[in-house]
Design a protein around this ligand. Structure first.
Ligand code: CIR
Length: 266
C-alpha cells in the first residue's frame, strides 16, 4: 500500500522558486499593498534555510518575471515518493508555470505525468495525510480536475477524497494543515465542515486564520510569525516549532506551504 505513517511530513527534498520583482502584481483577493520583491526574497531565503535545517536538499529555481505568482510552486504540481504530477492551475495567469517547473521535476523523478483531461487543480487544494489525500473544490480546483486527480492517485495506490473548500477561502490548505503524527491544524470553519471526522484537530483561534497554513517538515513545524495563540496551541500539542516571517507572501494570499514542493525520495 502506498500510504504509510509519516508520508505527509517526512521529506528529503524540496523545490522552491525565488520570488520575482513582478510578485508585486501577484493575484490577491483583498489589496493590502504590493509585496516588495526584495523583502520577499529575504523572507524566502530564511524559508529555504529553515527547510535545509530540517534536513532537506532544496533546489532553488530562478525567478520568473513573466509569472508574478511563480514562487508559489506548490500550485502547479504535486509530488509523491513514486512520482510527480503536473497539475493545471485554475488562474489563467498561472497556467504557464506548469511547463516552467517540468524540468526541475524531471531532474528529481523518474516518473512525471500530466493531470489527465481538461479540468483544473491547484496544489494548494491538496492536503496529503498519511492515510488519505483530500482534494478541495475551490475557485481554482473544479470537479472535473479533482475527479481526474483522484482517479490518478487511486491508480498509484493512494486513497483520495474530494471535499468542499469553505466559501471565501482561496485554497483548501489556506485553512488547514497536517501537523503530522495524525494531528491536523484547522480553522473552526474547516472543523465544522466535518471532513476530518474523528481525527485529532488543533483549532486555530478566531483572528489567527492565516496561521492555519503551516508545514510539518521532519522534526519541526514551520509556523508564520505573528500568531502567538496558534504557536502556543501547536507547541502545547507537543510539536517543535520554527517561526518564519511571511509578511510579503501574505500580501498576495501566500503562506508557508505554497512556497515549496516537498517530497521524499528513496
Ligand atoms: C494566487 O492567488 O494564486 C497566489 N497569489 C497565491 C497562491 C498561494 N498558494 C497556495 O495557497 N498554495
Amino acid at each position: 500500500m502506498a500510504h504509510r505513517d509519516g508520508l505527509s511530513w517526512t521529506f528529503t527534498h524540496a523545490i522552491t522558486r525565488t520570488p520575482s520583482d513582478s510578485v508585486a502584481n501577484g493575484l490577491r483577493a483583498v489589496d493590502a499593498g504590493n509585496p516588495s520583491g526584495e523583502a520577499f526574497r529575504a523572507e524566502h531565503a530564511a524559508y529555504v534555510e529553515a527547510l535545509r535545517a530540517a534536513g532537506l536538499t532544496v533546489d532553488v529555481l530562478p525567478p520568473l518575471e513573466d509569472y508574478p505568482d511563480s514562487c508559489f510552486v506548490e500550485d502547479p504540481a504535486f509530488c509523491l515518493p513514486n512520482g510527480a504530477i503536473l497539475l493545471r492551475p485554475g488562474a489563467d495567469s498561472r497556467k504557464g508555470e506548469v511547463s516552467e517547473i517540468r524540468s526541475a521535476l524531471e531532474a528529481r523523478f523518474d516518473r512525471v505525468v500530466e493531470l489527465p483531461g481538461t479540468g483544473h487543480v491547484d496544489g494548494g487544494d491538496v492536503l496529503m495525510l498519511d492515510d488519505e489525500i483530500l482534494i478541495g473544490l475551490s475557485a481554482r480546483t473544479d470537479r472535473e480536475g479533482a475527479m481526474a486527480f483522484a482517479m490518478l492517485l487511486g491508480d498509484w495506490g493512494y486513497n483520495a477524497r474530494v471535499a468542499d473548500t469553505p466559501e471565501g477561502v482561496l485554497h483548501f490548505k489556506t485553512a488547514c494543515s497536517t501537523l503530522g503524527d495524525g494531528v491536523i491544524l484547522a480553522t473552526q470553519a474547516m472543523v465544522d465542515s466535518g471532513f476530518f471526522g474523528d481525527r485529532k484537530v488543533v483549532v486555530v483561534q478566531e483572528g489567527e486564520e492565516y496561521a492555519a497554513n503551516v508545514i510539518r517538515v521532519n522534526d519541526v513545524v514551520l509556523v508564520p510569525e505573528g500568531y502567538p495563540k496558534t504557536l502556543s496551541a501547536i507547541e502545547g500539542a507537543g510539536f517543535r516549532t520554527v517561526v518564519l516571517p511571511t509578511h510579503e507572501a501574505r500580501k498576495v494570499d501566500g503562506g508557508l506551504s505554497c512556497l515549496s514542493l516537498r517530497f521524499a525520495l528513496a
